[in-house]
Write a new protein. Structure first.
Length: 361
């Protein structure tokens, strides 16, 4: 969908359909614009968020600026000037998805694309609805810890800036060279990272109710080890599983628990870029008349682990050059919702230990 705001400067070439497909793959709201604002391409998520329709674009040449709240238009124009100077920007302003409806707050994260002469040619923007951030005020420290909307969204939109740059470059390359969409691997990798961040964000703020089922913990662990075995072997990581005592059937939301274990193992894998040892120990015990399952996941490396204890549960943490996203933060929330917990200790500079405890039915 292209918004014409006066002139007809070509933003896309004969590969316009492929470029639109590429943008529509991105699950968050994204727009690509020419530097003078003459032409904009909105992806599907952006059209849904902002209430854009083809007939609106055909009859309204000042659609975007008209939908911004009058008190926020100067803020938008100031941000645009910074973009034309080659800076990245992030700002909040109100927009009206449809005339007559209540305004929503969006966070606009934008990056500019320059040509070889240093002139800005296009701007790529991502939009996130932050209306809840503007209205929600946690009542106490625990609620603030579990529902720290501002920190999570701030980290998420900051984290996608680099991916937007990669996607922007991929689109430019595709338009200039005529490459097929399937040949733009960096673009797909950027889309995949954004997709993962959006999925994690949705799950964090809208967790599904537990779906309980019965399974043997040992069988679940063996399945997970088999699924991740190839990737671990390629990285020369030796994984061992030890079950202490008999493992009877346990009633639990095993789909969620699998995702927790997968996140922890993936995080441990990032801690061992040069290979190492990964060991999972599990047991079920009675504590105060309640059954509890405990897992200890230890990772040992030949070199120092590139992480500190206090950073483990920080959103969008970078470990050995890779962004972790909300993985471990999400794992802790899943466990909390099922009367469980997760902790991390760095036993020494070469060894870390995750401990997961969970009340079982």
């Amino acid at each position: 969908m292209v918004e014409n705001l006066g002139s007809h400067i070509p933003l896309v070439s004969k590969n316009e359909s492929s470029a639109q497909i590429a943008l529509d793959l991105i699950p968050c709201a994204v727009a690509v614009r020419t530097a003078d604002g003459a032409v904009s391409v909105f992806n599907h998520a952006a059209r849904e968020l902002l209430g854009l329709e083809a007939r609106d674009l055909e009859r309204d040449s000042s659609l975007w600026i008209d939908r911004i709240h009058p008190q926020d238009r100067n803020l938008f124009r100031a941000a645009w000037k910074k973009l034309l100077a080659g800076e990245s920007t992030s700002c909040d302003y109100r927009v009206s998805p449809n005339r007559g409806e209540k305004d929503i707050w969006i966070r606009d994260v934008s990056v500019s694309r320059q040509n070889a002469s240093g002139q800005v040619e296009s701007v790529t923007s991502a939009y996130v609805d932050v209306s809840d951030l503007r209205s929600h005020r946690p009542k106490n420290q625990e609620e603030r810890r579990l529902a720290n909307t501002g920190e999570i969204i701030d980290s998420m939109v900051h984290g996608i800036k680099n991916d937007l740059q990669i996607i922007n470059s991929g689109l430019d390359l595709m338009w200039l060279t005529g490459n097929r969409l399937s040949e733009c691997q960096p673009l797909f990798e950027g889309v995949e990272r954004i997709n993962r961040s959006i999925q994690e964000l949705r799950e964090f703020f809208s967790p599904a109710a537990p779906q309980l089922s019965r399974a043997n913990p040992k069988v679940i662990l063996e399945e997970l080890v088999h699924q991740m075995g190839t990737k671990l072997n390629q990285q020369k990581i030796q994984l061992r599983v030890r079950c202490r005592g008999p493992m009877s059937l346990v009633r639990l939301d095993w789909n969620k628990f699998r995702s927790v274990l997968a996140q922890v193992i993936e995080f441990s894998r990032l801690l061992l870029p040069q290979g190492g040892d990964l060991e999972i120990k599990t047991e079920i015990q009675e504590i105060g008349g309640k059954r509890q399952m405990e897992l200890q996941i230890s990772c040992a490396s030949a070199t120092s682990l590139a992480v500190e204890e206090n950073d483990i549960f920080r959103p969008f943490l970078k470990v050995n050059g890779r962004q972790v996203g909300l993985g471990i933060v999400l794992a802790r929330q899943i466990l909390c919702l099922q009367n469980g917990d997760i902790s991390f200790q760095k036993k020494n500079r070469k060894r870390g230990l995750f401990t997961i405890s969970l009340e079982v039915h």
